[in-house]
Design a protein around this ligand. Structure first.
Ligand code: DC
Length: 239
């Protein structure tokens, strides 16, 4: 639907609320570039694990990370309708989605210079506009002037079940309890860190998708965009 202007849409919210599924769907429906900020934090965490920068006690060697982060060539490539994260020439899309990365990513992403690195990448990738981006602080810190801000939430048990099903479908092993514990821990750390904590922007529209289908999410978004930009015609939705 071309009548939607070239804006920036920020999608923030708790872990496993379906932010990336929603943002990808909106991107493909309305012709936006989709950027997954969490993937970049996961990429930095993967680098830490691979280079042995995280001790057995979970302590991060911040000095060594600081020395290597600016040389870290994390970027997205699009192929066959999918966006994948690359570290140099290596596709690390499946490596960054493991429970091991999930269990270290929140402390890594709480480090201020890591946030600075990721914010820099996001600003570079979004030059030109017409972007939808998901994360925890997009509408509050990365793009505080985004024209549309969405804050997603859903029941904890429902979120854990969704993430668990996703991991199982990918052939990974984890129990529902482990997934729920990880999700609660991440929500806590993400909301309580000093730098850019997860917060609902004052001008964000809240979507609780506990009982919503993807189609209902898309209809909700279409209604919001139509209302906000005074668009009267209603296009057929593909989903
Ligand atoms: O969206 P995700 O679950 O892939 O994100 C992984 C982690 O990255 C999340 O637990 C917190 C961090 N993150 C963040 O701090 N700020 C963002 N904008 C995006 C993600």
């Amino acid at each position: 639907m071309n009548s939607i202007p070239d804006i920036i849409i920020a999608v923030d919210g708790y872990s496993s609320t379906g932010k990336s599924t929603f943002a990808k769907m909106v991107a493909s429906e309305f012709g936006f570039l989709y950027l997954d900020s969490g993937a970049l934090y996961r990429g930095v965490t993967f680098h830490c694990l691979e280079e042995g920068l995280i001790g057995k006690d979970g302590k991060i060697d911040e000095d060594r990370l600081k020395a290597s982060i600016d040389l870290l060539d994390l970027h997205f490539r699009r192929a066959e309708g999918f966006t994948r994260l690359f570290l140099g020439e290596r596709c690390i899309e499946s490596e960054i989605r493991t429970l091991e990365v999930s269990s270290h990513v929140s402390p890594v992403s709480a480090i201020p210079f890591v946030r600075q690195y990721v914010d820099g990448r996001l600003h570079t990738f979004s030059e030109g506009g017409r972007v939808i981006m998901d994360g925890r602080d997009i509408g509050t810190t990365v793009f505080p002037h985004a024209q549309v801000k969405i804050f997603m939430t859903a029941d904890e048990q429902v979120r854990a079940r969704r993430r668990y099903d996703e991991l199982v479908a990918k052939g990974q092993t984890a129990s529902l309890e482990e997934v729920l514990t990880n999700l609660k821990e991440r929500d806590y750390i993400d909301s309580h860190r000093e730098t850019s904590p997860l917060r609902q922007a004052l001008d964000a529209y809240v979507m609780d998708n506990t009982h919503m289908t993807l189609h209902e999410e898309l209809v909700w978004m279409l209604g919001l965009l139509q209302g906000k930009f005074g668009i009267l015609e209603s296009p057929g939705l593909s989903c």
